[in-house]
Design a binder for this molecule. Structure first.
Ligand code: DAU
Length: 351
């Protein structure tokens, strides 16, 4: 297949591209306009392969996307370009509306025009996979059953509302125009190349640098953790086998309390890179809570496991150890990010 990946220099998009180039014979066009969270290094291992190309265009630039699609002639589009950090969406929702809602609309229209021009088997086989989040379902009380594909939408942050809006657009294009699109909704990812504004990489790096580990509220909120390479494998399966109009809820059945995650990071780091100043749990610092902080997310992935014949390979302990090892071996990457300023803030120091 010829596959367009949007957001392919980001955390999940780059894992998808590395998976496609390592484990399949598909060709890839990466459309990524390189926002603050994108890094060329994430795809450096595939960058010189003839099956891979990158175009630094924005999904908001419908004409440029149309030209890129016409030239590449894809069989599928995997849409991962998005603003994704909840705290940033609280501080500045505009970019989330622009990229996640307007950008998805522009991409859908460019893709629909391209698809309308196709014929025969190429048109019948074309797929548009929209990658989304479990945050569109709102949050769960402690004893509530996990989210499934049937759960009603109830987004509660500017980020999740923008992703919910984009999901609705994608489904409207399927119902209204017969456009062959489908959606995946996924739990929290973690692993290599995770931008260090998110919980796990921020805690690993702060702990290594002896800085405070800022736990929001009491650290009792629960997230369901999926190793990013397992997610990439599920998405590639989905683009190969998924059905238009379907939804696949993807997760690994690994819910953990935030405080337990942070404690576990401290324990693994103490073992792999002992701190002469003492156990790193001393750095845990409880800070004021995120406004509207969703209490718990958890996904029941049974439908996706059956339909896609996929299952996550990593439990949280195995994936976390691999992740921490990776951050220990890639200090140059995150130290450079640490030095960079964006939006007037120095990464990590404001926490
Ligand atoms: O559920 C999927 C979602 O998971 C994705 O759609 C989002 O793009 C992704 O960012 C993630 O959202 P979260 O808000 O759950 O991720 P984050 O890493 O920001 O926070 C995880 C939990 O840790 C959350 O309960 C807030 C808490 N937290 C986070 C940070 C950055 C802290 O306690 N301290 C922190 O410094």
């Amino acid at each position: 297949m010829k596959i367009v990946v949007t957001g392919g220099c980001g955390f999940i998009g780059s894992a998808v591209i590395r998976h496609l180039l390592r484990k399949t014979s598909h060709q890839v066009l990466n459309i990524d306009c390189m926002t603050y969270a994108a890094s060329e290094e994430t795809v450096a291992e595939v960058a010189t392969q003839p099956r891979y190309r990158h175009e630094a265009i924005s999904i908001n630039n419908q004409n440029a996307v149309e030209r890129a699609l016409a030239a590449f002639q894809p069989d599928a589009i995997m849409h991962l370009a998005a603003e994704s950090h909840v705290d940033r969406s609280i501080d500045g929702p505009g970019a989330f509306i622009q990229t996640n809602v307007v950008g998805t609309y522009c991409l859908l229209e460019a893709a629909r025009q391209y698809w309308l021009g196709l014929e025969g088997a190429k048109k019948a086989g074309f797929r548009f996979l929209h990658i989304s989040t479990d945050e569109v379902f709102g949050h769960l009380e402690p004893e509530a059953p996990p989210f499934t594909e049937e759960t009603a939408y109830d987004p509660r942050s500017p980020y999740s509302a923008s992703k919910a809006a984009s999901d609705h657009l994608v489904r409207a294009w399927y119902h209204t125009y017969g456009f062959p699109a489908f959606v995946t909704n996924t739990t929290n990812n973690y692993g290599p190349w995770h931008f260090p504004e998110k919980l796990i990489p921020l805690m690993i790096i702060n702990a290594l640098e002896g800085r405070p580990l800022p736990v929001y509220g009491k650290g009792e909120n629960i997230r369901d953790w999926l190793f990013v390479e397992d997610h990439a494998a599920a998405l590639v399966r989905a683009v190969e086998r998924g059905k238009p109009g379907e939804t696949y809820a993807i997760g690994a059945r690994q819910p953990r309390k935030n405080l337990d995650v942070v404690r576990q990071i401290c324990a693994i780091l103490d073992e792999l890179a002992p701190d002469p100043a003492g156990p790193r749990e001393r750095l845990i610092s409880f800070v004021s809570d995120r406004p509207g902080h969703d209490f718990r997310y958890e996904i029941d992935p049974s439908h996706a496991e059956t339909c896609l014949e996929w299952k996550a390979e990593h439990d949280f302990e195995t994936g976390l150890r691999r992740t921490i090892q990776w951050y220990l071996e890639h200090k140059a990457w995150w130290q450079r990010l640490r030095e960079q300023r964006y939006d007037g803030q120095r990464l990590g120091v404001q926490k």
